[in-house]
Design a protein around this ligand. Structure first.
Ligand code: CS2
Length: 449
């Protein structure tokens, strides 16, 4: 009887014979959504010493995760959805969960037992300008400098909350800590380090003196949005009513580079990789996988498809993907394997049981194009190669935008800034031409009249 299914909690699981004690909090996470739970929370739970590493998770864009997870003591079911079958696993590494604005965040970042702070705040959540520095002209950042100077309670951006909490940790003498950005940004460790330093300077603090290590990562696991049908399936298959179900693919990768001065879980025992030079991994992931996602998203939406797997069944979308990959693997460079990577990725994209909606990918599109497609275009132009496939992605993006399929209500000047501000004039002009008339100054004037 599904009506009678008990809510998933630690006490109910214990009564049913499974002990999942609350692990002590030593990791603080900002931005708990499906991806964090399918990735860092799952790696932590599976680490050989996972029972010693609990996560205090704080919400990001969507506060309702806290409302759904708190009543179940942070527990959630992870559904690993393969090409033919599903596997269910209750993940117990989240020890507590709160809204982003909770004062508990600063309290835990300053706790001496906290060794690691992880972030999944989205690419746009860093508020970086074209040169990759924190954009001090951004109204949210300007608001937060003021808010933090007044004590921090009304700060709303993750960078402000993080900087304020790290400042308090430094003041309290709680010792070193590692900050790990798990967002799809190139050199994400350095990006967050620079953003924190700049924000701190605006508040009159010198963050370069703080004992904080910024770890660079490349993260990978395709995690579509959970549907009501997924929640029903978990109830039927496991007998638990779970409001925090996450569906993900069987594949998972976590590559890291940097120091953890206060320790970390033995994530390598769960399959994570520690390297000295992360750049080839990061470039391959961002340009081939994430860039490939944009090829399918824009081409697929224009051709009426809903999911990545639908687009993969359309020869025209596949052809665009393969042509783009031919350019992207050259841009990645020769030091890392790409043939097998693309072959395995084709299978992952084809997994029709993963309903990864193109509309889920097609958000913050100008920022994503800049990070995933522009580097390929740049490399092809610099190497004297035909950049046609990268240009096609840009023109499909513009066509999607004109058709009202993406970025509804987003002013074109903002998109222009996110995509081309600060690029060298030749590259910017090539992009404006490829996206004609969307980013053209004349079109902007017309749209705003
Ligand atoms: C996707 C990523 O939404 C997007 O932009 O490209 O979320 C992608 O699914 C993950 O990076 C996979 O690891």
């Amino acid at each position: 009887m599904t009506d009678a299914a008990p809510r998933l909690t630690r006490a109910a699981m214990l009564r049913a014979g499974t002990s999942l004690p609350v692990p002590p909090v030593r990791i603080v996470h900002l931005g708990v959504g499906g991806f964090h739970r399918a990735h860092q929370a799952w790696f932590t739970a599976r680490a050989a010493d996972g029972e010693q590493w609990g996560i205090a998770a704080f919400t990001g864009r969507s506060a309702d995760v806290a409302e759904r997870l708190a009543p179940q003591d942070g527990l959630f079911t992870l559904v690993q959805r393969g090409a033919t079958a599903d596997e269910f696993e209750v993940v117990g590494s989240i020890a507590e969960v709160h809204e982003a604005s909770s004062p508990r965040f600063a309290e835990l970042v300053t706790a001496p037992d906290t060794a690691v702070v992880t972030l999944t705040i989205t690419e746009a959540g860093y508020h970086l300008d074209a040169a990759g520095a924190l954009d001090m002209t951004d109204p949210d950042i300007a608001h937060d400098v003021d808010a933090v100077r007044r004590g921090g309670a009304t700060a709303r951006t993750p960078i402000a909350r993080l900087t304020h909490a790290l400042h308090l940790r430094h003041e309290s003498g709680a010792g070193p800590v590692a900050v790990v950005s798990c967002d799809n940004l190139p050199r994400n460790g350095r990006a967050v380090q620079g953003a924190v330093a700049r924000f701190a300077a605006a508040c009159g603090w010198d963050a370069t003196r703080w004992p904080v290590s910024f770890v660079a990562t490349s993260v990978d696991r395709i995690t579509p949005r959970t549907t009501p049908a997924d929640t029903r399936e978990v109830e039927q298959e496991t007998g638990w009513r779970d409001e925090g179900v996450v569906v993900t693919e069987p594949f998972a990768d976590w590559t890291m580079s940097g120091m953890f001065p206060a320790g970390r879980p033995r994530w390598e025992s769960a399959g994570a990789r520690f390297v000295t030079d992360i750049e080839p991994y990061e470039r391959r992931k961002l340009l081939v996988l994430n860039g490939g996602h944009l090829v399918l998203a824009f081409g697929g939406l224009l051709r009426g498809h809903a999911t990545v797997a639908d687009a993969m069944r359309d020869p025209a979308c596949r052809d665009a993907l393969e042509r783009f990959w031919a350019e992207a693997v050259v841009a990645v460079g020769g030091d890392i394997e790409t043939d097998e990577y693309c072959r395995a990725l084709t299978e992952r994209f084809e997994n029709a049981r993963i309903a990864h909606h193109l509309s889920q990918i097609a958000v913050d599109t100008a920022t994503k194009l800049r990070l995933r497609i522009v580097p390929v275009l740049h490399a092809s132009l610099a190497g004297g190669r035909d950049p046609r496939a990268a240009l096609d992605v840009l023109s499909d993006w513009a066509a999607c935008r004109r058709a009202g399929l993406i970025e509804k209500g987003r002013p074109p000047e903002e998109l222009r800034t996110d995509l081309i501000a600060g690029l060298d004039a030749g590259l910017a002009a090539t992009i404006v031409t490829a996206t004609e008339p969307t980013l053209h100054p004349a079109a902007l004037a017309e749209e705003s009249t």
